[in-house]
Design a protein. Structure first.
Length: 295
């Protein structure tokens, strides 16, 4: 197993995904191919850590125009931050690095990316393509390329997974609208979120358990809310990232719904001095009666 440790080696995954039969490698090498600079217009793989790619690539794209056009369709998936190795995995497909031999990815790498990214693709109606069937790749004990990110099987590793829902920080409109929003959701909590690191592709976030103020617990027990919210931070990297807006720590009022074994945040407001409407809504909430309660 080869474990990648630096940006240049990201491209070694370039030879991984597409092999459908044992003869594919030989047929690929028999084909006429050439090395070309990765163009700036290829946003998916430009500046990934190596500068030249092989044409035709592993998806049988014969021209750079075709490569650029087809690869751009995967950019929205990367924006969902579904897995820190997703870009490596995709560039291995579209922009194979120029080496004298082909190195497959480990099956575990394919499975890790699929586990995190396939549900996001399904949100938009796209199944995980058969061409990326993880069973085609070698097991970890063979010569293959392992994940760049930390081992997600480690007890200390929580692999963030993006949700289907776009989550943005709300503007604190009127106090009445905020109260209506709190009424419409299952739970509402004032919390402090901390960013654990800034060096990885996807940041990890922690809930400060000493700064949890439950406004509404709904079907949840008050005692289980901190753990449920930490789970939300762990699995919904996109939402947490958008709410934090690059800050290292922040206090927020979040509300959402309970879905079977997880919570989903629907609204998030930054707790700042200038958000007077939010402050007023929280003060009034203790004595506020929602419409269904008033009836």
């Amino acid at each position: 197993t080869l474990r990648l440790g630096g940006p240049w080696l990201l491209g070694l995954l370039a030879h991984l995904l597409l092999w459908c039969s044992p003869g594919s490698w030989a047929s690929y090498l028999r084909r006429s191919s050439s090395c070309m600079p990765i163009p700036h217009r290829m946003a998916l793989c430009y500046d990934i850590g190596y500068s030249e790619m092989r044409i035709p690539n592993l998806l049988e794209h014969e021209t750079m125009t075709e490569v650029i056009q087809q690869s751009s369709s995967w950019l929205p998936l990367l924006a969902r931050e579904c897995h820190p190795d997703a870009r490596i995995f995709l560039c291995s497909l579209f922009a194979p690095i120029c080496l004298d031999r082909l190195i497959y990815p480990c099956r575990s790498l394919c499975e890790a990316v699929k586990r995190s990214c396939a549900p996001v693709m399904a949100c938009y109606g796209y199944p995980w393509p058969e061409i990326l069937n993880c069973n085609k790749f070698p097991a970890d004990h063979e010569l293959c390329i392992a994940a760049v990110s930390m081992d997600e099987n480690s007890s200390s590793r929580r692999m963030p997974r993006a949700s289907c829902k776009d989550c943005e920080l709300e503007e604190a409109s009127t106090a009445r609208e905020i109260l209506e929003s709190l009424c419409a959701n299952d739970f509402a909590v004032k919390i402090r979120i901390l960013r654990k690191n800034t060096t990885t592709t996807i940041s990890d976030f922690d809930l400060d358990p000493s700064k949890v103020e439950v406004l509404k617990h709904g079907p949840l027990l008050r005692t289980e809310i901190p753990a449920r919210l930490q789970q939300w931070l762990d699995i919904d990297a996109t939402c947490a990232h958008n709410i934090m807006r690059g800050t290292h720590a922040g206090v927020f009022v979040v509300s959402g719904e309970v879905q079977s074994d997880k919570v989903v945040v629907n609204k998030a407001y930054a707790w700042q001095k200038r958000n007077r409407n939010l402050h007023q809504a929280v003060r009034r909430w203790k004595h506020h009666r929602c419409p269904e309660q008033a009836g």
